[in-house]
Design a protein around this ligand. Structure first.
Ligand SMILES: Cc1ncc(COP(=O)(O)O)c(C=O)c1O
Length: 375
């Protein structure tokens, strides 16, 4: 008799099905592996779903942000205000262009930078603000728009973790005319393996970004004319094929992730000393990228991770505050600068999270978490 298989938990897992396989095969058989029709098809279905016009797909979310920084015209001598509680790529995209990051501390509940705190960090060289929707929670876009308008600044949103999140005014994150980057690494809500998009407010920005992702070439590629510096930040048609299939069922994937998150919140709700992520605030709605919990002050988070690991449950300290990485030392940043972000970094852990988790899985993970917290 076959032994019952123990579920092997994964921290994250992409949902890849027959349609992804079919479209990838279609690209392979077409011979057009790059700059072919699948790339435009992905951009079009992404734009349709979001309700926008100008979407440029890139090789990664970082590439999208980098091209966004360039398209804003930000460079040497400029600074941009952003949250330190972010994946390091948000801030690195500024450094690539010699832009000084001005970090400011986050809200303890949403873990996002609030517009009024951002305003307090503006310096004489500040040209823009970068709202980041951490863990898929939408930052206060209308608040950022208000501060930016009043202070004559521009906005570039990092929504790498937030496809499907809803702003407090009911609009989809990325759909309101703020240049916005998304990312599709395999742990994201939808994936292209590696990839990203930059949503641009107008065709002028989109054509610049389209050219710069392709070595600065003219859009029709009729001549080998390189109109300026560019990069190879192209998304391949193989990646785009996965993306098209994912976009066909994005709503279903987002709903399923929200259901898994709700199972977690129900099951973990009674555990004392554990802070759970909120699904929304007012009309704002999180898009569930990860499910992270925070242990209380004084609890050894790393011991909890080790305890979970010994029960076969992977988890991860997530995420470290970016200002503590060495490349930001030259701007004078160090430990103690942003107590809320640093405390969140010390107390948060990401639990296994993907659309395939069942109620039974969540129960097992929750039992192991309780044991690890009691140990
Ligand atoms: C907040 C944030 N910004 C940017 C990125 C960069 O995206 P990518 O890994 O696709 O380059 C990520 C990736 O996880 C992210 O979480």
């Amino acid at each position: 008799m076959a032994e019952e298989m123990e579920t092997a938990f994964e921290l994250a897992r992409p949902e890849i099905g027959p349609e992804e396989e079919r479209l990838v095969l279609e690209v392979l058989r077409s011979g057009q592996l790059s700059l072919g029709p699948m790339l435009s098809r992905f951009e079009e279905c992404f734009a349709d779903w979001l309700g926008v016009e100008h979407v440029v797909a890139t090789s990664s979310g970082t590439a999208a942000l980098h091209l966004g920084v360039r398209a804003m015209g930000w460079g040497e001598g400029d600074s941009v205000v952003l949250s330190p509680f972010t994946f390091v790529a948000s801030a690195n995209a500024l450094l690539y262009e010699g832009v000084r990051p001005r970090f400011a501390d986050v809200d303890p509940v949403t873990l996002n930078l609030q517009p009024e705190t951002a305003e307090g960090a503006i310096g004489p060289d500040t040209v823009g603000l970068m709202p980041i929707d951490i863990f898929g929670f939408p930052s206060d876009a209308t608040g950022f728009e208000e501060v930016a308008g009043r202070r004559g600044l521009e906005l570039l949103e990092d929504a790498a973790q937030a496809i499907g999140a809803i702003d407090a005014d009911g609009s989809k994150v990325g759909s309101r005319g703020i240049p916005t980057g998304f990312a599709f690494y395999a742990n994201k809500q939808i994936t292209t393996g590696e990839g990203g998009v930059l949503v641009c407010p107008d065709e002028e920005m989109a054509s610049r970004v389209r050219s710069e992702r392709n070595q600065g070439r003219a859009p029709d590629m009729s001549r080998m004319d390189h109109t300026g510096i560019g990069f190879n930040y192209r998304m391949s048609d193989i990646a785009a094929a996965i993306g098209v299939a994912q976009m066909e069922r994005i709503d279903e994937l987002l709903t399923r992730r929200a259901e898994v998150a709700a199972l977690y919140s129900d099951r973990l709700g009674g555990i004392e000393g554990l802070t759970l992520p909120q699904a929304g605030e007012g009309r704002a709605r999180r898009s569930w990228f990860v499910y992270t919990v925070m242990v209380s002050d004084g609890v050894d988070r790393d011991a909890v991770i080790a305890g979970l690991n010994s029960s076969g449950i992977p988890s991860k300290a997530y995420l470290p505050s970016a200002h503590l990485f060495p490349q930001f030392e030259e701007f004078g940043y160090g430990p103690g600068d942003f107590p809320v972000a640093e405390s969140a970094s010390a107390r948060s852990l990401a639990l296994p999270f993907h659309a395939g988790l069942t109620e039974g899985d969540i129960d097992r993970i929750a039992d192991a978490l309780e044991d690890a917290l009691d140990a």
